[in-house]
Ligand binder design. Structure first.
Ligand SMILES: Nc1ncnc2c1ncn2[C@@H]1O[C@H](COP(=O)(O)OP(=O)(O)O)[C@@H](O)[C@H]1O
Ligand SMILES: O=C(OP(=O)(O)O)[C@H](O)COP(=O)(O)O
Length: 393
């Protein structure tokens, strides 16, 4: 990476504003997955050991510029404190006199967590005044929030214009791994794209057709392709505005000699929340009163074979409605093949990562990204504003 990291600067005795992505899932105030907190520990520990005064800032959810009690970072401070094995002070605001006082009182190695930065209207607007207020708390800015690096917000981008700005260790690792995988991929390189929304994945499918050898399509977005090719898709998800475009993709893949695969069989059901008269049908056989909810057994075998023969696999988006056990087999088969392949496996996207966790296969993957949208944009080749703003080496 050509950006400076915390390894390249002296932080001893300095107040360091560290933007992290502690946007963790909460249920009734309890954290249900603390991966994003654990993945940030190397950066926080590094700074503590080097004698920095650590000021952490994050968003949680989308409070839209207002204080939302359920979106306070209080449970995150408690969890972080447990994981670090030391106290973490928590501020109830992210700027202002009380926070200034708390920041000024920090000793070397102390950790302070600010309140949700999205409680302030200026955050998502990248308001320079708010960015300046954040900057006034510290001597150095560290961005370790890979999951929010595709957002140009006051605490991810704006602040970098007012302080020396470097990356944290998680940011560095994400960019290194994803960058290496995509810039000089080992081949055969297989890209698996699933999930529900064609619109969100258009750019990544397009890019993958250009750089991957095999492109495996699954999940809710496959039906737009099947319909475009003239198949009946019943009640399946479909983006009718993209029919022409997806046909162009199929043509482009053919022209470039790429192995572009769509499901050859499909699990269909009258309801996507539970199996109601569920059955397995061929590509063209979806009944009018049913919708596709998973890839069928032939497709699972076909995709697993391709994955096992790959040197690099990049996977984004589940193969079916994996939250329902009866419809999880396709996603499980792909996860299992990723676990078994000797190739390097990269998982991007919140739902794919959640699926891999659910099947207890997370430790069998080579890299699970902490960023969904961010890893997608990175894979599409877009510049991430939170990275662009950092100081060059
Ligand atoms: N055939 C399908 N019909 C409806 N929804 C689907 C289908 N296949 C997958 N999904 C849904 O897609 C959602 C995940 O999509 P997406 O957000 O694009 O993935 P990711 O977060 O991994 O990028 C899951 O909630 C899953 O239930
Ligand atoms: O959870 C996040 O995004 P992700 O679900 O795409 O990984 C990040 O914290 C960014 O959050 P945002 O999409 O509300 O800006």
């Amino acid at each position: 990476m050509n950006k400076k990291s915390i390894r390249d600067i002296d932080v001893k005795g300095k107040k360091v504003f560290v933007r992290v992505d502690f946007n963790v899932p909460l249920e009734n105030g309890a954290i249900t997955d603390d991966t994003r907190i654990r993945e940030t520990l190397p950066t926080i520990r590094f700074l503590i050991e080097k004698g920095a005064k650590v000021i952490l800032a994050s968003h949680l959810g989308r409070p839209k510029g207002q204080v939302v009690e359920e979106m306070r970072l209080t449970p995150v401070a408690a969890r972080l404190s447990e994981l670090l094995g030391k106290p973490v002070a928590k501020a109830d605001e992210a700027v202002g006199e009380a926070v200034q006082a708390k920041a000024s009182a920090l000793n070397e190695g102390d950790v302070l967590l600010l309140e949700n930065v999205r409680f302030y209207e200026g955050e998502e607007k990248n308001d320079p005044e708010l960015a300046k207020a954040f900057a006034s708390l510290a001597d150095i800015f560290v961005n370790d929030a890979f999951g929010a690096a595709h957002r140009a917000h006051a605490s991810t981008e704006g602040i970098a214009h007012f302080l020396p700005a470097v990356s944290g260790l998680l940011m560095e690792k994400e960019l290194d791994v994803l960058g290496k995988a995509l810039n000089n991929p080992e081949r055969p390189f297989t890209a698996i794209v699933g999930g529900s929304k064609v619109k969100d994945k258009i750019d990544v499918i397009n890019k993958m057709i250009e750089i991957a050898d095999n492109i495996l399509i699954g999940g809710g977005l496959s039906y737009t392709f099947l319909k475009a090719q003239g198949h009946e898709i019943g009640l399946s998800l479909c983006d009718d505005s993209k029919l022409d475009l997806v046909l162009e993709f199929v043509e482009k893949a053919k022209k470039l000699g790429k192995n572009f695969l769509l499901p050859v069989d499909i699990v269909v059901s009258e309801d996507f929340k539970a199996a109601v008269n569920a059955e397995i049908v061929g590509q063209g056989g979806i009944p009018a009163n049913k919708e596709g909810v998973d890839i069928g057994p032939k497709t699972r075998e076909l995709y697993a074979e391709v994955i096992k023969n790959s040197k690099l696999v990049v996977w984004n988006g589940p193969m079916g409605v994996f939250e329902v056990d009866d419809f999880a087999n396709g996603t499980r088969a792909v996860a299992q093949a990723c676990a078994e392949t000797s190739g390097y496996t990269v998982i991007g996207g919140g739902d794919s990562a959640a699926a891999v966790e659910k099947f207890r296969l997370a430790d069998k993957m080579d890299h699970i990204s902490t960023g969904g949208g961010a890893s997608l944009e990175f894979m599409e080749g877009k510049a991430l504003p939170g990275v662009v703003a950092l100081n060059d080496k």
